[in-house]
Design a protein around this ligand. Structure first.
Ligand code: G1P
Length: 298
């Protein structure tokens, strides 16, 4: 397989508590909730791999051991599947542990996305890197991160993935003021974390993918926590913007925000309908639902 040398490492912040999915996330990480039969985090890891990344750095916290186990070898399960001759399943689970190199670093305190990135400084060193927020699952070809790396290589500066969102949703995102360079590619003029609708400079929202350069670290070190007590990556990028140009790319693909319940449900339906083994009967089931008379679900 051809490897891409420019971006070799991807950071996945996974220390969040997942309170929006309680009680499901009381004793398991939200990143392990499945879309059909694959945990949410695995979609992001496979995207990184398909984009040429070969080192995954997970920023974890308490109660996230299931993620480490998921990407580790499970000898007991492999022996069991082998003895039963279940070759396809065996291949599938071996593929997961062979995926890539994993490192883990603990965030310690929940001090925000900027802080999560900052704790990876020792593992990243002096090279450009990606940050992937696993909640945002993006179905795209080429993969979303691969699209961003191409723009990073062309423009030689940090690239942030963005999407236009309905105006009433801007206060859930980092929002950009930006000037178009060409369709889909922008030069960033300013960034603001979760603005009020009336104060948003546009509806270009940051979605969970960043290609960053190591000069973000001193900016994050100098970034004060905001009124929620968190160090925002958006604010670190805002100071970096005083020193170098930053770019934004509208991803060509379909994004699902699996971090909220409706987005999660949509993603499950979307990925089920893309599965050759399930699409037929599932489509049949969906079209049999009488949406006008919800109590008569069959
Ligand atoms: C984070 C970022 C925000 C970005 C969002 C994308 O917010 O702080 O700028 O728009 O991810 O998912 P969070 O969703 O973690 O509150």
């Amino acid at each position: 397989m051809t490897r891409h040398a420019t971006i070799r490492k991807a950071v996945f912040p996974v220390a969040g508590l997942g309170t929006r999915f309680l009680p499901a996330t009381k004793a398991q990480p939200k990143e392990m909730l499945p879309l059909v039969d694959k945990p949410i985090i695995q979609y992001g890891v496979e995207e990184a791999l398909a984009s040429g990344v070969d080192n995954i750095i997970l920023v974890t916290g308490r109660g996230k051991n299931a993620i480490e186990d998921h990407f580790d070898v499970n000898i007991e399960l492999e022996t069991f599947l082998e003895a039963r001759g279940k070759t396809a399943q065996l291949e599938e689970i071996r593929k997961i542990s062979n995926l890539i190199n994993f490192s883990y670093v603990r965030q310690g305190e929940p001090l925000g996305l900027g802080h999560a990135v900052l704790v990876t400084q020792g593992l990243i060193g002096h090279e450009p890197f990606a940050v992937i927020l696993g909640d945002d699952v993006i179905d795209a070809n080429p993969p979303a991160l691969r699209q961003m790396i191409a723009v990073y290589e062309e423009l030689q500066g940090p690239v942030i993935a963005v999407e236009r969102v309905p105006t009433e949703e801007v206060s859930a995102y980092g929002i950009l003021d930006a000037e178009p360079i060409r369709p889909g590619v922008h030069r960033i003029v300013d960034l603001v974390e979760k603005p009020a609708v009336a104060e948003a400079p546009s509806n270009l929202a940051i979605i969970g993918r960043y290609v960053l350069t190591p000069d973000i670290f001193p900016e994050l070190e100098a970034t004060q926590s905001d009124r929620t007590g968190e160090i925002q990556l958006t604010n670190g990028l805002r100071s970096l913007l005083q020193k170098r140009p930053l770019y934004a790319l509208e991803i060509d693909g379909v994004r699902h925000d699996t971090g909220n319940k409706l987005g999660f449900l949509r993603a499950v339906v979307y990925f089920a309908l893309r599965r050759p083994d399930l699409a037929g009967p599932f489509r049949e089931y969906l079209s049999s639902i009488d949406l006008e008379n919800k109590l008569k679900l069959r």
